[in-house]
Design a protein around this ligand. Structure first.
Ligand code: ARG
Length: 582
């Protein structure tokens, strides 16, 4: 609520070009909030920091909002809010007023998850899936129209080998079943045959190569087998999505194969327009600004010397489709960081070709690696390859062991539900709370810990409020709303310091969501929720709720209900459930 005012004040005092997108504003021991924006500006505008702060203060419009605005230290601006203003705003939120829809919602295409058919869906795909699904939910909450695109790898040369392998083992064989249960093993078996075909299984490699040709020529039998492979892989993807509670369905699949018919034309057009040219037998574009170590322009190969198309070609067709047919204003690629150069070259070529106009934003949301305890990319544990499903099952089992010990009085069914919510939530939260472009170590003990910035910690705060509201409802307290977190009738009075700190943080919810949508950083939301859970815990330690006298109890229950609504609403946007009991 203060951020836009500070931005506006800076822009009006010094000019639009000095507007800070993200001025630093923190709770302070001397005031409600401290704005630390003047120091960064002082150098740029050539004024002493305190004078810079004074000019910001002059332009700040906080009438009726702040009781005091003071400059302190080297140029901090200390804000103390009017208690009535806090209460009014908070009660407007509490009675149901949600974030105002932003000006001009956009059409956003989000490419995420995008695993490869008949290949391992590795832990890296887990991350693009989890981060992407959270971003689509936040953008939808902000009023954007979001189009999910699961750009699965379902085309290209490996399919020759995979189809031949499938035909050889027969679709009723146990090895064929691996495609759904353990695709990595299926892929590796096909690969091993291919690699060994010079010595053993003679002719396999040759047949595999001929299969690729047959597939691309549209041979009916080959095509039917390919369809079976893709269908089997989808079963596997969907099993993972359902276990993780991911909002992707088959309707969102738009794999590489769906652009096949467009590729020849696309290459021809780029060649005719002089944007692509032949280099070493391959058709390439050389987008401006990309050079290799030797200073030579870097090529993006769009047709190999053997006539085949590659990853760059499909991605060009894809971006053109997203702008032209899907009418995107914004295209997001939630994809592993190592693909940054590829994606930037695709975007640059598309800009040159006029397929990606300046009015359309294209952004690579880079996903960092998930590491094992040895600090290397997580591929195996204790010598065996990591299977995604097994990893998720282990998270649930570990959460189950904790809940069995801590809440034996809950029913079998309740404990099973909570264990799933906590185990899966912990894995997702760990993913989301790390900057999406930074690496992190996959560590069950850390992600399942009940303290610190973890899923279980935030879930626990929410479950605790549910239990408080249930108790209040049993005791017949009006306004407790039976633990549902529904809007209570009572007004919230903000009196104690702990209530005030909690109230101010609650008022930052909408602004936080907007920042997540703008910067595409779910970790800002986990950070917000973690702080909310901490502030709630402090409030609950300092301010009795159920034992307070009637009117205070009513007010505090209403505050609890609003905190619960923000915690569970925020978790929901992260794709994390809120347990009833924990
Ligand atoms: N299938 C690719 C992979 O597993 C990711 C695809 C990302 N999206 C895209 N349009 N290139 O690495």
């Amino acid at each position: 609520m203060v951020v836009p005012r500070v931005q506006a004040a800076i822009a009006s005092a010094f000019g639009e070009e000095f507007r800070q997108m993200d001025p630093v504003i923190r709770p302070s021991q001397f005031a409600d909030l401290q704005v630390n924006a003047a120091m960064a500006l002082a150098k740029k505008v050539g004024l002493p920091p305190r004078d810079t702060a004074a000019k910001i203060v002059d332009a700040l419009e906080l009438d009726g909002i702040c009781t005091t605005v003071e400059i302190s230290g080297p140029g901090f601006i200390n804000l103390t809010f009017d208690g009535t203003w806090i209460e009014e705003l908070l009660n407007a939120h509490s009675s149901g007023a949600e974030a105002a829809p932003p000006a001009g919602p956009r059409r956003v295409v989000v490419d995420y998850s995008s695993p490869n058919v008949a290949k391992e869906m590795h832990v890296g795909h887990l991350r693009t899936t989890v981060v992407g699904d959270s971003l689509v939910k936040v953008l939808e909450a902000l009023g954007d129209t979001v189009i999910r695109q699961n750009h699965i790898g379902d085309w290209g040369t490996p399919f020759g080998m995979l189809i031949e392998h499938w035909l050889e083992i027969g679709e009723d064989s146990p090895e064929a079943a691996l495609l759904v249960e353990d695709p990595m093993a299926f892929y590796q078996a096909a690969r091993a045959k291919f690699d060994a075909s010079a010595t053993e299984n003679e002719g396999f490699a040759t047949r595999a190569r001929l299969r690729v040709v047959a597939l691309q020529a549209g041979d009916a039998e080959t095509f039917a087998v390919w369809q079976r492979l893709v269908a089997q892989s989808k079963l596997y993807f969907n099993a993972i999505y359902s276990m993780l509670g991911i909002s992707l369905t088959d309707d969102h699949i738009a794999g590489e194969s769906s652009y096949d018919a467009d590729l020849a034309r696309l290459c021809q057009e780029l060649e005719d327009r002089g944007i692509a040219r032949i280099s070493d037998g391959a058709l390439c574009t050389f987008p401006a600004g990309f050079t290799g170590r030797d200073g030579e322009p870097l090529p993006l190969i769009i047709r190999k010397s053997d006539g085949g198309y590659g990853y760059g070609t499909t991605d060009l067709a894809t971006i053109r489709y997203r702008v032209r047919e899907l009418q995107a204003d914004r295209v997001l690629y939630v994809v592993g960081a190592p693909q940054n150069l590829h994606l930037r070259m695709v975007m640059a070529t598309a800009r040159e070709a006029g397929w990606l106009p300046d009015t359309v934003e294209a952004t690579h949301v880079q996903i960092g690696n998930v590491l094992g305890e040895d600090g290397k990319i997580l591929k195996s544990r204790a010598g065996t390859p990591v299977k995604l499903i097994a990893l998720l099952e282990e998270a649930v089992d570990r959460a189950r062991a904790v809940i069995d010990a801590s809440r034996p009085e809950l029913s079998e069914e309740e404990r099973a539900v909570t264990a799933r919510q906590v185990g899966i939530g912990a894995v997702k939260y760990a993913d989301l709370s790390t900057g999406h472009d930074t690496e992190y170590v996959f560590d069950f003990d850390r992600m399942l810990a009940l303290s610190g910035n973890t899923g279980p910690y935030v879930q626990y705060a929410a479950a605790r409020i549910r239990s408080i509201l249930r108790k209040a409802a049993v005791a017949g307290v009006a306004g407790a709303a039976g633990g549902t977190g529904a809007a209570p009738a009572t007004a919230i009075a903000v009196v104690e310091p702990a209530e005030r700190a909690l109230a101010l943080h609650l008022l930052e919810y909408d602004a936080t969501l907007r920042k997540v949508g703008e910067h595409l950083e779910p970790h800002r939301l986990t950070g917000y929720l973690f702080e909310l859970a901490q502030l709630f815990t402090a409030f609950y330690e300092q301010c009795p709720v159920l034992k307070a006298e009637e009117s205070v109890r009513q007010s505090r229950l209403a505050l609890c209900a609003l905190v619960l609504r923000r915690l569970s609403g925020g978790l929901e946007l992260l794709g994390i459930e809120t347990p009833e009991n924990m």
